[in-house]
Structures are given as C-alpha cells and as structure tokens.
Design a protein around this ligand. Structure first.
Ligand SMILES: [Zn+2]
Length: 501
C-alpha cells in the first residue's frame, strides 16, 4: 500500500511541476504519456511469470535406499582422506580407495594414464556411432578446512543429527566424483552400455588452478584429436530458494564463467624516516589508486544469457527488481542501479575489482620506498585481461604507479542453450522435478572446465544436487555438508543423464 501511496503522491507532484513549467496542454500530454508508460510498466511487472514457468516448493523425493547407503559410505570414506591440494600422499590414498571401492568400474572402463594423480577414464560404446563423446568432470582435491568448525572434525565425514554428511569436500566436490562413480557402478550392474563414448576426468589440483591436472588432461586429449559434444563440470545446482524465495526453486545451469586476473600495483615514493614525511607517500599514492579503482567500476552491460537469466528469474524477484527486468530494454539503466548493491547479482553486469592484499613498510616508523597491492579482476565476457589492464592504467595515469598482471585467465565462451546437451540436462530435470525452471547463467568463480575449451564448444557447469543458499554458502567455508538423500538423488540424476545424453 505504501508503494501505491508514494506513486500517487509522485504523480500529483509531477503533474503540478509540469503545469508550472509547461502550462496547459503540453504538460497535460506529457503527464498522460508518462502515466501511461508507468501503468504499462507496472502491468508488465505484475503479469511477469504468467508467460514464464512458475514454480512451487520443491518436493523432496526419496532416493533408492540401497544406492544411497552405498553412496553415503563412499562419500564418508572419501572425506576422511584429507586431499588438500598439494598433498600427494593423501591424493594417492584417495586413488587407492577409489580403485578398490570401484574395482568393477576400473575393470570395465579404459583407464588412461595422465600426469599427477588426476584420473581419466573412457567408457566405450559397444556399438557404432557418429555422435561425439561426452565428458564429465570433477576434482578430488579440496581447500584447507580453515576456521570456524568448532568441535567438528572436517575430515571425519560424520553424519549429523539431521542426516547431513559433514566434512570438507562434501559439496566441493567429492559429491560429484563419488556421485559419478556410483552412477557408473550402478549402471554397470544393470547391464547398461553407453550409446556413445563417455569420458570422466577428475583433477587433483583444481583448487590451485588445475595446471597439472585438467590442463594436462586437455593437452593429452588434444594430442589424441578427441573432441566432445559437451563437457559437464561442477558449478550450478538445484536451489530450493531462488532469490531467497522458498516458493521458487530452480535449476541453475552455468553456461560460462568469468575470467580472473590478478594485477600487482606498485606505488613509488620517498623512503626514509617517518618523522620527515613527504607530502604524498608511496602508501598514500597506493591508497588513492585503490579508492579510484573502487569508485570507478567498468561500464555495465547486459549479456544475452544474463537477460535470459533475469527474465526467467523475474517471478522470484521482489517488485522493484522485477519492474526493472520486465521492462527491458528501456529499464536497463535502472536495472544496473537497483542491482549495484547486490553483491551476488552486480558481477553479472560488469567486470569487478577487489583489492585483496596490501604491503607497505616493515616497521611502524619507516616510510617504504614502494607500496604494493593486489587487485583481483573478475572479467566479464566482452572484456579481456589486456583491455582491463588498459582501463586500470587510465584510472591512475597521473600517479607514480605500475600495474603488472600476475595471472591472466580470460572469460570463457558461452555454451548454447539451444544445444542438444542443454536440452538433455533440462529434460532430466523435468523428469526428476516436474515444473522446475532451468535457468542459465554465468559463474563468477573459475573451474577446471575452462581447460577443456580447446576440445569442446559447449561446456556446462551443473551438479544435480539440491541445496538452499545457506548450504551452498558453506563451500570453502566451515560446516560444509550434504544431505544423504540429496546425495542419493544426485546419483540417480547422473544415471538418468548418462542414459539420456
Ligand atoms: Zn570445486
């Protein structure tokens, strides 16, 4: 009601302002034009969702108990092996465990040796086919546990009183690795053979860039001339509450990911005793540069896939957000503005900057000759590490500061939502969760899948596990966990997807 009251007040004030400025007929025509535009915009907003797939709270299904029990035990055992990136001993232990637990899988599928502890498996079709193979990915390494676990051992893989398996890797991404192994094993028991080659690649160093794992596997595949119709990696998931709305669950499917570049900023100043400071020190210059960078984010723009994402998400949004989405392209400037302060949405419209590390003097009374900072740029499709570096340089051109890129990962290509693979994923979603909308989007984080761009045009990032945003937020955080039934449903989903591709 307060919105309608404010709107009415705004209309009355606007009308009298028009009367004062333009007088008589001109102000009347202008006023009617604006009022009609507004009413049409509001009507379009209220009707949003009529032509879009609406949703209802997700019905929790019960997965096959035997399959779930086996998968739960496997995931618990995998979590108990602390495969923090770089720990070779733990990684070998996990490989040994997988060899033993899935001996039938290793016997049936072709194992291809790769570098490090990464795994590459090929499930060959027995028939003849022209279809290109499919590649499923995941990674076996995890990030360190970090703080905040309290009394819980992050590598115990215990089940809590609500039925969650708790531990590092539970949703990132031993659930994917175990889920796929369980699906293959179960399909083998059912006597299934794929109608095309299906490959599986599990990296051992995704959390530190994947240079020795996925990158090397990709090189091997390129040498062998293997191309894939699609690659399916971790990433999007089934959310129980899109935009925080329980009534609007959705399957979020990543069709691309932003790039990631670190820039080292080095400011130069006069070194010496802090009792005789210059007017502008190295630290001051650096601070000024950081303030300018934070105050001037690159221009926003609307990628086609983000427009589709916003339109499909509109029924889940609150009124003002929905108004901006339902009246595109006229409302584009308003769209960027209302989402500017929403940290989970703003990055989809622009390249973002985050200053992450700062270094100055080593003593409190010493002026440093140089001060350094690291700026992490997450690069939106359309920008490049080079263009962003140029942009940063233009912001600090008058300061005594150098900008040097430390790591440059460009933004990925965008996979097609018209592709057969995307439709196959959505078909299984519809089979398992009737009425659940499939919403494509891009990810702000990077995954191993980017290394497979030379061997595949359509890379999707989707793990078929149901979570709410609170559980998803535990990734790389304390209390990472997955529900047992969610794991079982994920295995069943992978089975259907393998059959359906
Ligand atoms: Zn991951």
């Amino acid at each position: 009601m307060s919105f309608l009251r404010n709107l009415y007040a705004w209309l009355v004030i606007t009308r009298s302002n028009f009367m004062a400025v333009f007088g008589g007929w001109v102000s009347f025509v202008l006023f009617v034009f604006i009022a009609v535009c507004l009413i049409v915009g509001i009507a379009r907003t209220l009707l949003a969702g009529r032509h879009l797939k609406r949703s209802s709270p997700l019905k929790r299904m019960t997965p096959d108990p035997e399959l779930t029990k086996h998968a739960v035990e496997s995931l618990q055992a995998a979590i108990r092996i602390p495969t923090v990136s770089g720990d070779k001993v733990a990684m070998d232990k996990l490989r040994d465990y997988l060899d033993e637990r899935y001996a039938d899988v290793f016997e049936e599928l072709q194992f291809l040796p790769t570098t490090g502890a990464s795994l590459l498996l090929r499930w060959k079709t027995k028939g003849k086919t022209d279809k290109l193979p499919i590649l499923f990915c995941g990674h076996m390494d995890v990030v360190p546990p970090g703080d905040g676990w309290g009394d819980v051992d992050p590598f115990a893989g215990e089940i809590d009183e609500e039925g969650y398996i708790v531990g590092r890797g539970a949703i990132d991404c031993k659930n994917v690795v175990i889920g796929l192994f369980e699906a293959i094993q179960s399909l083998l028991k059912e006597g299934y053979t794929p109608t095309r080659d299906i490959w599986f690649a599990f990296g051992h160093d995704e959390e530190i860039g994947g240079a020795e794992g996925a990158a090397k596997i990709s090189e091997l595949l390129q040498k062998r001339g293997v191309r894939f119709e699609t690659v399916i990696d971790e990433g999007g998931y089934i959310t129980e509450e899109h935009f925080g709305r329980k009534r609007f669950p959705a399957a979020l499917i990543g069709v691309g990911e932003k790039g990631c570049t670190y820039f080292k900023l080095t400011a130069h100043g006069q070194a010496g005793h802090s009792s005789v400071p210059p007017r502008h020190s190295a630290v001051g210059i650096l601070a000024e540069a950081i303030c300018r960078i934070e105050a001037a984010p690159p221009k926003a723009r609307l990628l086609d896939v983000i427009e589709e994402n916003m339109e499909r998400s509109a029924p889940a949004m609150r009124f003002l957000h929905r108004f901006t989405v339902c009246n595109l392209p006229f409302s584009k400037p308003l769209l960027y503005r209302v989402f500017r302060d929403v940290p989970t949405i703003n990055p989809f419209f622009r390249t973002t900057f985050a200053c992450t590390q700062v270094k100055g003097s080593s003593a409190p009374n010493v002026l440093p000759g140089t001060a350094e900072a690291v700026v992490n740029a997450r690069i939106l499709q359309g920008d490049t590490p080079k263009s962003i570096r140029k942009y940063l340089q233009s912001l600090v051109a008058d300061l005594d500061i150098e900008i040097e890129p430390m790591l440059e990962t460009p933004a990925s290509a965008i996979a097609s939502t018209d592709s057969a693979a995307y439709k196959a994923i959505c078909a299984v979603i519809e089979e398992k969760y009737p009425g659940l909308p499939c919403i494509p989007g891009i990810q702000t984080i990077t995954t191993d899948s980017r290394h497979y761009e030379p061997v595949c045009d359509n890379i999707f990032k989707f793990m078929p596990f149901v979570m709410d945003s609170e559980i998803y937020g535990r990734m790389h955080n304390a209390g990472e966990k997955i529900h047992q039934s969610c794991l079982g449903l994920g295995v069943e989903f992978y089975k259907s997807l393998i059959r359906g591709l």
